[in-house]
Design a protein around this ligand. Sequence first.
Ligand SMILES: [Fe+2]
Ligand SMILES: [Fe+2]
Length: 227
Amino acid sequence: MCSVGKWVFCRENPSESRLPRRARAKPRPPPRLFARHSGGLHQAARMTLPARDAAIGLLHQHVQDEYQRLHAVMVATAMEGYAAQYGEDPALWYVTGLLHDLDFEQHPDTHPAPSLGWFKEWGYPDSMIHAVEAHAYGYHGYTTLPQTKLAAALVATDELCGIFYAYRKMNPVRYGEMKPSSIRKKFKDPTFAAKIDRSTIQLGCDKLGVTLEDHIANLVRFLAPLP
Ligand SMILES: [Fe+2]
Ligand SMILES: [Fe+2]
């Protein structure tokens, strides 16, 4: 996933077109700063969610690439915006966005299978695990469709953040200053950020119950606080 980051780097920095493959070390245990988590969809008693600072530490432990870190923050910020809009748990939605590609840099060929295993081992919420699995729909053989609002929002948001990023490379304004109509035009242009799968974004919108137009306008608003 997140093909746009690799695509952009590929065009601008050919030497960085392939992220270094690092040793397949067993992941270190997650940071110990845990917050008890309650609420959200499909919750069960055993579930814990890492506090935001701990999740950021985990991201930095597993992800060194600058674009991948930025992508994680973009998706997390957009997800938090949707949580506020729907009256859902902002911590759950933010952390799900932040960690959805946690294994991608180290395990690009099997993503997100390693993350799903780690999250189960670490006792993360089932709703988060389902969302991360569903964001891989149509990728590496994954066929799990989003069954919750959390999962649908992640599917709708993940690759659209890539289009926002690619658009900004071309027109360097803050996300909140972007015109939704301009983003929509680029979305409909198959030659722009061509590796981004528009059908998956549309699938997420359909499952979430938002039009593509509203979804783009929502992300302009949600991403506005980012520098
Ligand atoms: Fe991914
Ligand atoms: Fe992603």
